[in-house]
Design a protein around this ligand. Structure first.
Ligand code: SF4
Length: 490
């Protein structure tokens, strides 16, 4: 079963499970969000998700496996899951995305899919000759309790010299694409990293950002002269150049030999505000606990303040100041903020999408004088609301609504009340923007209704600069289009 993309029945919200937060379930029959920050009226009770503001956990796993060199993602379960996820990824990244499937039949659903899994692994190994196959479970395989690690261990022992087989458990009823992404990064590191002598390199775990973000992060780290293992790195595999001939596995990705050496790195920079707390079970925390690699958790470097913190961390590791080019980029951003402040100050914004992206954008909007009045995510995370409050100056304001684990139906209800001037979301926010007649600024994933979603730059001073220009120009364009005068000098 694919999660619905329109207002149809999905998984009952009361059944959804948040790892590590046992009391996170909402009261039965209350609308599909964790809690409402301020005293919002309770709306029509319901027990089902309507138009989910999230995608399923194996999708996050497939993105991570796509960012490992010569690795093929493989879904253990029904074929529809692989088809749905491929369609979703292709329409955002505009690249061929191969995802293998063990393609359960009714018989496999009853008696187990081990036979299909072994056959599928042999086919993929024969046809793609990959270095690794990442096997993520779908709802069906999880529901019947398939012991995938055991099946893979037996298959690997019987086929020595074959690709590395990396299992990850990603039941979509226990998490979203964001949860699946982070869980897979941890699983990959656990699988490959082996005791290694200390070396000068650093680990960078960026979270689910765009290929353009990955390229820029690599550029920034290189500017400080730091050798770096970026995991995952789908900057080429999901946004590559054109090929003279078709290639079964896209070139690029984090080499497995580099992942093995992550255990000897000087430090791990792990990005994402929701990962800062002590509860998150992350790859960076595992590297610290198992191999004593110092962990430096940071927010996603979106906006001035968080990018400053990222630069300070790189400077500390490199024992150097910020390179001149980057400082000038920062200076241009501050100058632009001064120039455009009068156009954006006081505008009200609704933001929804992946938690760390929403938190990062909130922080940035707060810096430029835009007032977030609705911050929402489909991923249920206890750290979301405190993080939003931490980054916002007006966090105690009465008109601020924070929703976690929310669906688009609920987000739309609240947006109709708070009447934003701007909406920041994936292309899933278009129907709401159209209804409210406010501009939609597309961010994050998925962007299905425009080209270039994979080249959206969110991070760094450069990303903030692009967004600032876009926000100001969107406001100006709207004012210009609605003006009776039609003036051309603003
Ligand atoms: S993994 Fe689960 S939610 Fe995702 S497409 Fe398959 S059945 Fe649907």
């Amino acid at each position: 079963m694919n999660p619905p993309t329109t207002a149809t029945l999905s998984i009952p919200i009361a059944w959804q499970f948040q790892p590590g937060v046992p009391d996170a379930q909402p009261a039965l029959g209350v609308a599909g969000e964790g809690r409402i920050a301020s005293e919002a009226p309770i709306h029509e009770p319901r027990a089902a998700t309507r138009n989910a503001c999230k995608v399923c956990a194996p999708l996050g796993a497939c993105v991570v496996f796509s960012g490992i060199e010569n690795c093929v993602p493989f879904l253990h379960g029904s074929q529809g899951c692989a088809t749905y996820i491929r369609r979703y990824l292709i329409s955002h990244f505009r690249e061929p995305v191969d995802i293998a499937s063990s393609s359960f039949s009714e018989e496999d659903t009853v008696f187990g899919g081990a036979r299909n899994l072994r056959l599928g692994l042999a086919n993929v190994a024969g046809q793609y000759t990959p270095q690794a196959i990442g096997v993520a479970t779908t709802c069906l395989a999880e529901t019947i309790g398939e012991d995938v690690p055991r099946i893979l261990a037996e298959h690997g022992a019987a086929n020595s010299g074959g690709p590395e087989l990396v299992p990850v458990s990603t039941p979509a009823y226990a998490g979203t694409h964001v949860d699946g992404f982070h869980r897979t990064v941890r699983r990959v590191v656990e699988h490959f990293a082996t005791p290694t002598p200390p070396h000068a390199g650093i680990n960078l775990l960026p979270g689910f950002v765009s290929p353009e973000d990955l390229r820029h992060l690599k550029e920034l780290v290189a500017a400080f002269g730091l050798p770096c293992t970026l995991l995952p790195d789908y900057s080429d595999t999901l946004d590559g150049a054109s090929w003279p001939e078709y290639q079964r596995v896209q070139p690029g990705g984090t080499p497995t030999r580099a992942i093995r050496r992550m255990s000897g790195a000087r430090a791990t920079l792990e990005l994402g505000h929701t990962l800062l707390g002590s509860g998150a079970d992350t790859a960076g925390r595992w590297l610290h606990q198992t191999h004593q690699v110092p962990r430096m958790p940071l927010a996603l470097p979106i906006g001035l303040r968080e990018t400053d913190a990222f630069m300070a961390a790189l400077g500390e590791l490199a024992e150097s100041g910020c390179p001149d080019d980057i400082q000038r980029e920062r200076g241009r951003l501050v100058d632009a903020m001064v120039d455009g402040h009068k156009y954006v100050f006081g505008k009200r914004a609704a933001l929804f999408g992946d938690p760390d992206l929403v938190i990062g954008l909130c922080s940035f909007l707060d810096e430029i004088g835009v007032r977030p009045v609705l911050c929402a995510s489909g991923t249920r995370q206890a750290a979301f609301e405190p993080a939003i409050r931490e980054v916002l100056d007006h966090s105690e304001a009465d008109d601020l609504q924070i929703l976690t684990g929310a669906d688009h139906a609920r987000i739309s209800e609240v947006a109709r009340e708070v009447r934003p001037d701007l909406i920041f979301s994936s292309s899933k926010g278009y129907p709401l923007a159209r209804e409210l007649e406010v501009p939609l600024i597309r961010v994050g994933f998925p962007v299905h209704d425009r080209i270039g979603g994979q080249r959206l730059l969110h991070v760094g001073y450069r990303g903030a600069q692009r967004f600032f220009d876009l926000i100001v120009n969107t406001i100006l364009e709207r004012r210009q289009d609605r003006s009776e005068t039609g003036y051309s000098y603003l």
